[in-house]
Design a protein around this ligand. Structure first.
Ligand code: DX5
Ligand code: ZN
Length: 223
């Protein structure tokens, strides 16, 4: 059996970086081995916090033409920002299951706009809700904190969701996001996550390179 269609990807979240230096911080993380940038977009409505939107992402893209950009859309009306994010040359548009009124048409809209589709679920959302949309999605994101803020404690009780996805969809990209660090990367890997978002643990570390390398080797061992 070909187990290795999946690859491990480490995507630091710049949420807790110095946002006044968004470009420099992003470059630093890419130089340190990040596979992609996880850009946390919040609207102050779906979550009780505001970050940045497509104008900032577009400016960042102009300075970083090549890296893979995932926008994690923690917004109430994800349909609204598909075109502006496509225009900003975003590679993957990850929206929340809880926020969309018509998931199939949103998924199609994202693909038609030339982006990959990610569907995220909050901690209180059961994982099997995504079953009927798997064919329309490129990735499922299992939140391991309540979305809204960086630096929160990792919820290990989300791992059965990751495990369920990995068992049922061996080739699906499964991402974890929230409180992921070297203290819990092994259980993420064991459960089957292959896309790892980590904010504080990478950005605040003295050696983001080593942290990302260690995360990668923990995941690779299990793929
Ligand atoms: C949470 C965000 C994150 C997260 C990552 O709402 O989606 O991407 O803050 O940062 P850490 O790893 O610090 O939780
Ligand atoms: Zn995120």
């Amino acid at each position: 059996m070909d187990k290795c269609k999946l690859s491990c990807k480490i995507g630091p979240s710049i949420l807790n970086a110095d946002l006044a230096q968004l470009y420099e911080e992003s470059e630093r993380l890419l130089d340190c081995g990040a596979d992609y940038l996880h850009l946390d977009v919040m609207d102050g409505h779906f979550v009780p916090n505001i970050t940045f939107g497509h104008p900032v992402v577009k400016c960042l893209r102009a300075k970083i033409p090549k890296a893979f950009f995932e926008t994690h859309m923690m917004v109430s009306n994800p349909e609204q920002w598909v075109e502006p994010m496509a225009d900003a040359n975003v590679d993957q548009y990850t929206f929340h299951y809880e926020a969309s009124k018509d998931i199939p048409s949103l998924c199609r809209k994202i693909r038609d706009a030339g982006m990959k589709v990610g569907i995220g679920i909050k901690p209180n959302t059961p994982v099997d809700v995504v079953k009927e949309y798997i064919d329309l999605a490129d990735m499922i994101l299992v939140m391991t904190v309540e979305p809204g803020f960086g630096g929160q404690a990792f919820m290990a009780d989300m791992m059965p969701k990751v495990k369920w996805l990995r068992e049922n969809y061996p080739e699906l990209d499964v991402e974890v996001d929230g409180g992921v660090s070297l203290d819990n990367i092994d259980i993420c890997a064991e459960a089957g996550a292959n896309m790892i978002v980590s904010g504080t643990a990478v950005v605040k570390s003295e050696s983001p390179k080593e942290v990302m390398q260690d995360m990668r080797s923990a995941v690779m061992k299990k793929l």
